[in-house]
Structures are given as structure tokens and as C-alpha cells.
Design a protein around this ligand. Structure first.
Ligand code: NAD
Length: 309
């Protein structure tokens, strides 16, 4: 195996540097590296590893003359200029498997938070208010969950939601796994029908030209006034201006966002809406998901440098 040197640019589970070192790959662990320092360090490495903090721009790729692999310890490749990598013949690896269960469980948490008003209940008790009478919630059992994007996370969510006796409606641009459909009793629908029929709509598509503002004012207007929207996929898939309008006018009962058009979303006006649950892009932020993603990406890098895949 040729000499390899990996530059790990973000904080990762310790299992990743261990796997690389155990397989003869030199490792520079720089979890706080600045963009300037990355440009300086890039030429010395054959492998660049990032999570979501570090951006692998065309400029970085231009400087990384020996680079053969860029690896993302996670799913989305938004922070990597994949076109620049492709133009140089650099392999781009990611770890889809890590986040599946973590994101699906977060969706359950967000649905339950809205159905039982858990954030409001918690804030009230902390504030010395016992508002039990105001907190009549609803149950997930028997409700219709529309899942947009039946890939890895959508499928996992379908299984978990079925275990809570929810009814699953699915939509994807590619055929939906027939075995899974049978297993969870999934009903396929076109996108507008899914929005019209669901009590909860959860988004699990990548951000593409075709999915940008997929949930706009027209689609929000199709939803039942009692329905709720959850986005744990990518900011930009929901038109936040239109969502603000639908929630503030009472057209829609609630929404939960883990991802935003602009992150960090610490200045978003959505923060002022009580009908919202907001989380800071924590979908894959579990110890288990980080460990699994680090393991998967470590193995993929080792296989790639050995020429196995
Ligand atoms: P995946 O590639 O397995 O599945 C995506 C599915 O979306 C595919 O089945 C694809 O056919 C479908 N799709 C594409 N365009 C579509 C369209 N226009 N309409 C309907 N379906 C369409 O991806 P995944 O691993 O399930 O991830 C889904 C999303 O979750 C991605 O956006 C990913 O970036 C995001 N994600 C977020 C977090 C987080 O921290 N919140 C963590 C991991 C992943």
C-alpha cells in the first residue's frame, strides 16, 4: 500500500483515527483547523476528512495536489465541492448508515413534542405555572404520517412510526421498496395528495434544484389546519417565509425544524412562534451515530486506499 496521510479537520469519534493508524495511514488530527491553515496544510495529505464544520472548497482542492480521497463523516456533501473533486479524479466518500436511526428517532421526538406540547409544558413548570388544563394534547396512534423521500432515513422512520400504530403514506421519485411497503402497510401517494391527507408530514429528501422550496405556500395551503410539518433534511426545502405565514395565521397547527435556510438560525423570526419546535441541526448528533459514522468512514477509507473498492 502506498504511503498515505490523512488530515482530519473536524472533531470525530476517536475510533476513526485509530482505524486509520491501525492500517498504516499517518494521521494529523486538527479538529479546530481554520480555513487558512487548511489551505496551508492541504498539499501534504492524500486524504482529507471533515464533518460539517470545515468546507472543502475548490481552492482547497486546488492546493491539495496529492489528495486522492475526501471523506465526510456524515451524509450530506453540502460542505464539499464535489465537482472540483470529480474534475481532479478525487474520490468522495460519505457514511450514510450512521445517521439513519438517529434522525428517525429525532422525528419521533419532534412529533411527540408537538403532539404533547412538551417544550411549552416544560417552560411553564420552570416558570412556576401549573397550566395542566391548557395542555390537552393528541396521540400519534392512528394518525397519518406522510413521508417525503423514502430513502435510508424515510424507511427507518416508517418502521418506527408503524410501531406506534401510525398510518404511513409515502412519496418518492424512485420506486418505493415493495417489501417495506408491505411490512409497514405503506400507501403510496402523489405529493399533493400526501400533503392533503397527512396529520404529520416529514421531509427526507436531499437539497437539489428539484427540491428547493418543495414546501412552498401552495403546498402548505394543501395541509389540514390541524396538521404539522417536520423538516430534518436540509434547509431550503421549506420556504421559511411561507411557513411563517401559515403558522402565524393559524393555517397550520405546527412545525418542527432541525435545519434552516441560514444556519446557525439564531436570528430567525420563526423563533417567535409558539407553534414551532426548533433544534440546532442535531439529527445525527448522537454518540451512537457519530461512532457508527466514524467506523463506517474509517473502513471505507481503508478499503479505498487498498484499492478494494
Ligand atoms: P437517501 O439518499 O437515502 O434518501 C433520499 C431519498 O429522497 C431518495 O430515495 C430519493 O429518491 C428521494 N428524492 C430525491 N428527490 C426527491 C424528490 N424531488 N421528491 C421525493 N423524493 C426525492 O438520503 P437519507 O440518508 O435518507 O437522507 C435524507 C436527508 O436527510 C438528506 O437531505 C440528508 O442530507 C438529511 N440528513 C440530515 C441530518 C440532520 O442532522 N438533520 C442527518 C443526516 C441526513
Amino acid at each position: 500500500m502506498a504511503e498515505h496521510s490523512a488530515l482530519i479537520c473536524d472533531k470525530v469519534d476517536p475510533i476513526l483515527p485509530k482505524i486509520l493508524k491501525d492500517n498504516g495511514i499517518r494521521v494529523s488530527y486538527e479538529p479546530e483547523i481554520t480555513p487558512e491553515a487548511l489551505l496551508e496544510a492541504a498539499p501534504a495529505h492524500t486524504i482529507i476528512v471533515v464533518r460539517s464544520r470545515t468546507r472543502v472548497t475548490a481552492e482547497v482542492i486546488g492546493r491539495a495536489a496529492s489528495c486522492q480521497i475526501v471523506a465526510r463523516v456524515g451524509v450530506g456533501l453540502d460542505n464539499i465541492d464535489t465537482a472540483a473533486c470529480e474534475a481532479r479524479g478525487i474520490r468522495v466518500l460519505n457514511a450514510v448508515e450512521g445517521a439513519m436511526n438517529a434522525v428517525a428517532e429525532l422525528v419521533l421526538g419532534l412529533m411527540l413534542s408537538m403532539a404533547r406540547q412538551i417544550p411549552r409544558a416544560d417552560a411553564a413548570v420552570r416558570g412556576g405555572r401549573w397550566i395542566k388544563k391548557d395542555l390537552v394534547g393528541s396521540e400519534l396512534r392512528g394518525k397519518y404520517l406522510g413521508i417525503v423521500g423514502m430513502g435510508n432515513i424515510g424507511k427507518r422512520l416508517a418502521r418506527l412510526a408503524r410501531a406506534l400504530n401510525m398510518n404511513i403514506i409515502g412519496y418518492d421519485v424512485v420506486p418505493i421498496d415493495a417489501e417495506l411497503s408491505r411490512e409497514v402497510g405503506l400507501v403510496k401517494a402523489d405529493l399533493d395528495t400526501l400533503f392533503q391527507s397527512s396529520d404529520y408530514v416529514s421531509l427526507h429528501v436531499p437539497l437539489l434544484d428539484s427540491t428547493k422550496n418543495l414546501v412552498d405556500a401552495r403546498r402548505l395551503a394543501l395541509m389540514k389546519p390541524t396538521a404539522r410539518l417536520i423538516n430534518t433534511s436540509r434547509g431550503g426545502i421549506v420556504d421559511e417565509g411561507a411557513l411563517y405565514g401559515a403558522l402565524s395565521s393559524g393555517r397550520l397547527a405546527g412545525a418542527a425544524l432541525d435545519v434552516f435556510e441560514v444556519e446557525p438560525a439564531t436570528a430567525s423570526r420563526l423563533r417567535g412562534l409558539e407553534a414551532m419546535v426548533l433544534t440546532p441541526h442535531i439529527g445525527a448528533q448522537t454518540a451512537e451515530a457519530q461512532g457508527l459514522a466514524a467506523n463506517v468512514i474509517g473502513e471505507k477509507i481503508v478499503q479505498a486506499v487498498r484499492g478494494v473498492t
